[in-house]
Design a protein around this ligand. Sequence first.
Ligand code: ZN
Length: 311
Amino acid sequence: MPGKILGIHHITAIAAGAKKNHEFYTKVLGLRLVKKTVNYDDPTTYHFYYGNETGEPGTILTFFPWEGIRRGRAGTGQVTAVSYSVPEDSMSFWLDRFRKYDVAYNNPSSRFGEEALVFLDPDGLKLELVSHSGKDDRKPWSADEVPPERGIRGFYDAALTLEGYEATAKLITDVFGYRKTEEHVNRFRFVNPNGKYANTLDLVCLPAGQRGSVAGGTVHHIAFRTANEGDQLGVREKLISLGYNVTPQIDRNYFKSVYFREPGGVLFEIATDPPGFTVDEDLADLGRGLMLPDWLEFRRDEIESVLPPID
Ligand code: ZN
């Protein structure tokens, strides 16, 4: 093997406003804001990271909230649904909550023998809660209105919508170590035995589907995790030998990353587990301050003056 992929590291999406996004993910869903920083390529925009108590890989949904950006279109070549694992008997709790906060949702339905509750975030991003019977001892964040025994434990699965799925399937099995476990009509499920959690991917084949357009309410990219840089660079070498255009390693402060476009058009990232979110804040203080990388610290006053308030 070229280096082990353990499952999903994080997923990054685009929102059309910081305040609404922050309120939905921390208050309604009860996730922890584990890091508040800026988009390193556009420091006048936030970069929010939401996760579980410790912000461990496989729980992290991140957003670039560009104020007033147009709404994108979900379609082929994108991650079109992000699924979270919740405890088995928590669906009625979440349904009550979605009614209370006017969240758009569908009645729970069964998928591969598990109950899935599909709902939309304020920008129309499709999310799911999957009532998951398997063991999942990831520790949810203890939010004001969401007790840990009902709380979101981290990612369960991500769905990629693709015109054709075979080339992507070959990549994730041959290079990433996933195995096909189930299929139903045009949905093909893959599980990565190297990881304990967030190790499921669904490839949804839509040959006549419209191409997605990335903007508000859509996913920008999905990152897969490696335990260390050696494994990451091993995967990178393997991808290059297969003809993929892979970026050099980029330092993202909380992890190191390489990026490439998979055959179905989805932007993939390979990110390292270390150093993680406690590199610049203590565990108890995660998400409290606006954290800037060294090379932006001298612009702090200017940056803070243009970022919109979120509380
Ligand atoms: Zn990323």
